[in-house]
Design a protein around this ligand. Sequence first.
Ligand code: COA
Length: 260
Amino acid sequence: MRLERVELEFEGPVARVWLNRPDVRNAFDGLMVTELRKVLFDLRTVDSVRVIVLGGRGPAFCAGADLEWMRAMTGFTREENLREAQALADLFFTVFESPKPIVARVHGAALGGGCGLVAASDIPVAALGTHFGFTEVRLGIVPAVISPYVISKIGESAARELFLTGERFEAVRAVEVGLIRSAVPEEDLDGAVDRRVGELLQAGPRAVSEAKALIREVAWRRVEDVQRYTVERIAELRTSAEGQEGMRAFLEKRKPYWVP
Ligand code: COA
């Protein structure tokens, strides 16, 4: 597939996925939603790729949904409108459940759906000075399809404040509310992202995706309800090839085969 709105680069075990519509600050329209989802979906089965870095070309990470595109929805039938909304929801879900960990490289601005990409990713790292905001209410709409990912990261209290006001906030506040993991000076952003990537590459590739699945399964549930599942996971993984290699490597004081 020829890509118009997204760029894909490979560097050893790392795939860098760039939103590439800098003129409109990487706002996403239907084509970008389709391309981004397909790229992330296809990367699931590329064995050589172990980590995905998601960033934005130009001055901003992502200005959210393309407001021209959303405004044009009045010309759509209800079914077409629902289909576009479903495609958007599918995109965030693809980010969220990617078996490969996704580090979001965030700079300039992450607004509306841009914040949704941040929330659905695994480890978002931002430049200080990045503007965040769930600006939807100021446009007369709501942060609907992104809300499950955002609320699970920032909680109901911060969501009530930030969703209802639509106010813009800085990276330091985004760290405080738990939307991002760290904020660094802009000139250190790539170094900070590479350090997170380096840490992820220390981990067993299967173990990383199993750890993501574990979090999804366990979060917000009662211990009694998940105990069976957690017992089964550890019983399976400690006898897996990767588990055996990781433990043997530690005991033999060498690196496991997956560490570059
Ligand atoms: N949809 C469509 N176009 C957008 C857009 C969006 N979400 N965000 C920015 N653009 C366009 C602007 O209209 C402008 O187009 P123009 O060059 O034809 O005038 C261009 O992108 C550059 O935007 P500008 O505001 O001049 O750039 P900036 O670097 O000063 O500011 C932002 C960048 C992202 C902070 C600012 O554009 C902004 O606040 N955008 C609105 C984001 C928003 O509320 N998104 C929520 C959607 S639900």
